[in-house]
Design a protein around this ligand. Structure first.
Ligand code: SF4
Length: 351
């Protein structure tokens, strides 16, 4: 990595370059504090928010914008969705409790921040990682691994736990003393919340708010199912997105049904109908449903009967279902499956 600097000992550096950092901002408390502390230590900071496409925190983006405005720092926004999908498909360091490839994700984020560091003429990257806060990605070995694999080494700085970790570039250059970093560790957020109060920081998403779709049980079950039945490489970005919406049912190795749960989801599912059978209820209020795969006529009828279970049709009555696929339309007359049909539970993915 080429860094613009003019010497290796304090006093011979280009101050403007050396005292500038790029801070990764997620919208969470820890990254906000790490950024604030870096500013308090006299560094110029550029904020960086990376969009993976798997974020679930309400208003995270707005929070990052508000934080940058409050701190008076420029903010860079970058979409890493395509690279992130590659990481999700085949993480070098595996998954956590869900389908969360946290180590590979942090390496990708640090590596991307390193590129922005070069573009910005900064000399190090700041993150809000806290030693011991997350079992998979924030123990000591994991933090060191991310620093090494991202290529940043001692230029990857975690100010909230800095006193407990190895020496960093700003320390070696004499910009900060070791004791300027904090020594926070563990899962409790008590010290961070106290610091936020002391520093008047309110622009962060509450720590309990969750952050990543890949950590959720439902999404993880659906993604594993999709990988198993379609292979990791066949899934498109649209397929990953569709796993978020509706109820998902695996009818057979080659057929899956997705049923909207409300008007909002019905509208979203209608937008995913290309390349899938779309089921609608012309005679009674009912959901939009999609059928993936290559269903036989019997499987399409079964999918319609399953979708009809979530319509306003009475359980014992025949109901009309219109099935369309790429210009082809079929009218099916089906009896809705009974709500207590045991197959529904067996087919259901993740609820
Ligand atoms: S929880 Fe999601 S966003 Fe956070 S590090 Fe893990 S994979 Fe990345």
């Amino acid at each position: 990595m080429e860094i613009r600097w003019s010497g290796s000992t304090p006093g011979t550096y280009d101050t403007a370059v050396e005292k500038k950092a790029v801070a990764l901002l997620s919208g969470g408390l820890d990254s906000a504090l790490a950024c604030e502390l870096t500013l308090r230590l006299g560094f110029q900071v550029v904020g960086l928010n990376l969009a993976t496409g798997f974020c679930v925190g309400q208003g995270r983006c707005d929070t990052v914008l508000a934080l940058a405005a409050r701190l008076g720092i420029p903010l860079r926004l970058r979409d890493v969705g395509a690279e992130f999908l590659e990481v999700v498909r085949s993480p070098k360091f595996g998954y956590g409790s869900g389908m969360n490839p946290c180590l590979d994700c942090r390496i990708l984020m640090a590596r991307t921040a390193g590129k922005v560091m070069e573009e910005e003429g900064a000399s190090f990257v700041v993150t809000g990682e806290v030693l011991g806060q997350r079992p998979m990605s924030q123990h000591r070995k994991a933090l060191d691994l991310v620093a090494a694999e991202s290529g940043l080494g001692e230029r990857l700085v975690r100010p909230l736990s800095g006193r407990l970790l190895g020496p960093t570039y700003p320390e070696r250059m004499g910009f900060v003393r070791r004791e300027d970093w904090l020594d926070i560790q563990g899962r409790s957020r008590r010290r961070q919340l106290a610091l936020a109060r002391e520093w008047g920081l309110t622009e962060f998403v509450q720590p309990s708010g969750g952050c990543c779709l890949l950590l959720t049980k439902t999404y993880a079950v659906r993604l594993r199912d999709a990988f198993r039945h379609r292979g990791t490489e066949a899934l498109t970005a649209e397929d990953f997105a569709l796993l978020r919406y509706g109820r998902h049912f695996r009818l057979s190795p080659r057929v899956k049904v997705i049923v909207g749960r409300d008007e909002g989801e019905n509208a979203v599912l209608a937008g995913f109908s290309r390349g899938r059978w779309a089921l609608a209820f012309p005679a009674v209020p009912g959901p939009v449903a999609l059928v993936e795969g290559d269903p036989s006529p019997e499987e399409l009828e079964l999918a319609a009967a399953l979708a009809a279970r979530y319509s306003d049709a009475r359980a014992e009555d025949q109901v009309l279902v219109r099935a369309t696929w790429d210009g082809e339309a079929r009218e099916l007359s089906v009896v809705p499956l009974a709500p207590d049909d045991p197959r529904i539970g067996r087919w259901n993915l993740g609820e």
